[in-house]
Design a protein around this ligand. Structure first.
Ligand SMILES: N[C@@H](CCC(=O)N[C@@H](CS)C(=O)NCC(=O)O)C(=O)O
Length: 206
């Protein structure tokens, strides 16, 4: 059976759990919650020197880190990764953008407001620019979702699961003003309506 090392409260980890649920793939879950020290243990660092989760361990011991690489690996050959070269490249484009422009503002602001060890960062000079950057990222999604039902076209792909990871809690955890982004809100509902959806609290207990 495959093993997933993941942080229960993290969107990057949630993306992978969400795809595993949709694929109906059984897995062993190893929790690495913030502050637990799991990711800095010698055993974990021997598996992933980056010291980060999610980390996928295959039955034969091969390892794969980076949430979006894991999504593309697990989704390959399924309805979640399109076959057409251009559409697949669009999926990659959204996933690279997520790590470069969306996660660094939306996930980071949410983390500062959630985790007590980041409470010292709850200052306007840190939080205000992140709010502005996050709203800009949400506007990029809003603009796309005025044109298509999902980010890379008319069907749900791993790009949607990837962006759902942190967007679904951007208002509640990050303090972003979601009322400004009605198409994003409708897209969140469409992603949730897709078969096999599970909440962030689901850790693989089938
Ligand atoms: N680019 C990486 C980011 C991974 C990452 O930053 N993981 C965080 C949780 S979201 C983590 O492992 N934190 C635990 C630690 O730093 O010890 C991915 O998408 O997988």
């Amino acid at each position: 059976m495959i093993t997933l090392y993941s942080m229960p409260s993290s969107g990057n980890s949630y993306k992978v759990r969400l795809l595993l649920a949709k694929l109906g793939l059984p897995f062993r879950h190893v929790a690495a919650e913030a502050g637990s020290g799991v990711t800095q243990s010698p055993e974990f660092l021997a598996r992933n020197p980056k010291g980060k989760v999610p980390l996928l361990e295959l039955e034969d011991g091969r390892l794969l880190s980076e949430s979006n690489a894991i999504l593309l690996f697990l989704g390959d050959g399924t309805r979640y990764v399109p076959q057409g070269h251009y559409t697949r490249a669009l999926v990659h484009s959204w996933m690279f953008w997520e790590q470069n422009a969306h996660e660094p503002s939306i996930a980071v602001r949410s983390a500062i407001l959630t985790y007590e060890d980041r409470a010292h960062l709850r200052r306007p000079d840190v939080l205000d620019p992140l709010l502005e950057q996050g709203h800009r990222a949400l506007q990029v999604m809003e603009t796309q979702l005025r044109e298509t039902l999902f980010l890379a076209g008319e069907v749900l792909t791993v790009a949607d699961l990837c962006l759902y990871g942190y967007t679904h809690s951007a208002g509640a955890k990050g303090g972003f003003d979601m009322a400004r982004f009605p198409e994003v809100e409708r897209w969140l509902e469409r992603v949730e309506a897709d078969p096999g959806h599970v909440p962030i609290t689901w850790l693989g207990d089938w």
